[in-house]
Design a binder for this molecule. Structure first.
Ligand code: NAI
Length: 398
């Protein structure tokens, strides 16, 4: 099968498995070159198949030799035309490289929100690990069924109070078009908190704790995005921001318990804006991202997801160079938040229009990154070559 990118409504409906392998391999090479550091022995990652979760897994496994269990929601290839999700191939090739490196790993594919999945994972940890040292919560989803009552909630990416106007990126045409972020109802805000707030994170920690599967000094971290005044209306002050506020309240509760009972900690870490399967959906955010890429690349402070997570684990979570804000959050997004970066980004956000978008933003770099997370645009992958999907489909996850 010859696989070319097919993009509809900014969703890449085909992925290239060999390109996904390249994406994983490059992240691993970065970590190997950056060197080892002391970290956790055993970690559970929720949402470790793509974006920041995958980068976390790679930084830990290849940076510290951490044994990793990953829970993600991904789909394998099916029949002659469905190529599966990028996260599926990322898991497959992470395992292949980890095996070659003599690392220990396990993947669970399914709904992390369910009790059933939690019980499977707990069983595995009980039998194979005894206890875990770290739980990374990096899940991004638009839907969650609460396992206690079976009710399904949908998260929405909307504003609160008044609509927000801006531009969105049209990936196929490398251009921008006007976009309006609609105002959320109270019900939509509450639903978004149910999906992307801290309830599920807390359930994982509570169930692991009750089962006595948390080691002394156990740490857990969940990821947030804080942004700057330029993004407040679409993120921090919008529905997703309300959910992240709940995540932070959850961190405070968990931190107190874990500190008292295990001498460990529960933390929130605010990450830099990058292109992921999840972030591309946030209205107006990609244009901010394309401008941010331009400004940070010019300043030579731009970081990829693995660069960010490697620095986070080595210097902050397990290091002595923590950057902590007044509310106790870890801030590896410090380079994005530098005052001169934000002044320049805000200026360009006011100036950007359809005519100048290719000059004053890094829209091309942003789109290339989007294609890369789907396995395209790697110069050393032959996209005219036939991909033997039947052979690849035989690769199974452990
Ligand atoms: P992503 O879309 O690349 O990854 C999401 C992960 O969640 C995938 O592994 C997916 O399989 C998993 N997942 C989704 N639903 C699931 C389910 N029901 N059961 C099991 N796994 C499920 O997203 P990204 O962007 O890496 O987001 C991860 C975290 O990082 C989120 O909390 C996000 O808010 C945060 N973050 C992202 C930033 C960005 O610019 N992308 C910036 C700052 C924070």
């Amino acid at each position: 099968m010859i696989i070319k990118p097919v993009i509809k409504n900014n969703i890449c409906i085909r992925v290239h498995p060999i390109g996904c392998r390249e994406n994983v391999s490059r992240q691993i090479e970065y970590v190997k070159e950056a060197g080892t550091f002391k970290g956790p022995e055993k970690a559970l990652i929720i949402g470790g198949s793509s974006g920041y979760g995958l980068a976390s897994r790679i930084a830990l496994a290849f940076g510290c030799g951490t044994r990793t269990v990953n829970v993600s929601f991904e789909v394998p290839a099916k029949g002659s035309s469905k190529t599966g999700t990028a996260g599926w191939w990322n898991n497959i090739f992470f395992q292949q490289y980890a095996q070659e490196a003599g690392l220990d790993f396990k993947d669970f594919v399914g709904d992390a929100f369910s009790f059933e999945m939690k019980e499977h994972v707990l069983d595995y940890i009980r039998k194979e690990y005894g206890k875990i040292d770290l739980l990374v919560y990096s899940l991004a989803s638009n839907r969650r069924t609460d396992p206690r009552n079976g009710v399904t909630y949908n998260s929405v990416l909307k504003s609160i109070g008044q609509e927000v106007r801006g531009y969105s990126i049209d990936i196929n045409n490398i251009t921008i078009k006007e976009e309006v972020m609609e105002v959320a109802t109270e019900e939509e805000i509450a639903s978004t908190i149910k999906v992307m707030g801290g309830e599920d994170w807390q359930m994982w920690v509570d169930m692991l704790k009750e089962a006595d599967l948390l080691a002394e000094g156990f740490k857990t971290v969940a990821y947030t995005y804080l942004g700057s005044p330029a993004t407040y209306p679409i993120y921090k002050d919008g529905t997703i921001g309300q959910a992240k506020k709940h995540l932070e309240q959850t961190a405070a509760i968990l931190n107190k318990e874990i500190k008292e009972e295990l001498g460990g900690e529960a933390l929130i870490s605010s990450s830099k804006a990058i292109v992921t399967k999840a972030s591309i959906y946030i209205p107006i955010f990609p244009v901010y991202g394309a401008i941010l890429y331009k400004v940070m690349k010019e300043k030579k402070t731009h970081e990829t997801e693995v660069e960010q997570k490697y620095r986070f684990f080595r210097d902050m979570l397990y290091g002595n160079k923590r950057i902590v804000d007044a509310d106790g959050r870890l801030r590896p997004d410090n380079l994005e938040m530098e005052a001169d970066v934000q002044v320049q980004v805000e200026k360009l956000l006011k100036e950007v229009n359809q005519e100048n978008v290719r000059e004053i933003t890094d829209i091309k770099g942003f789109i290339v990154d989007f294609l890369k997370i789907n396995g395209f645009e790697f110069e050393n992958v032959d996209y005219d070559a036939d991909v033997d999907m039947a052979e690849l489909a035989e690769m199974e996850l452990k």
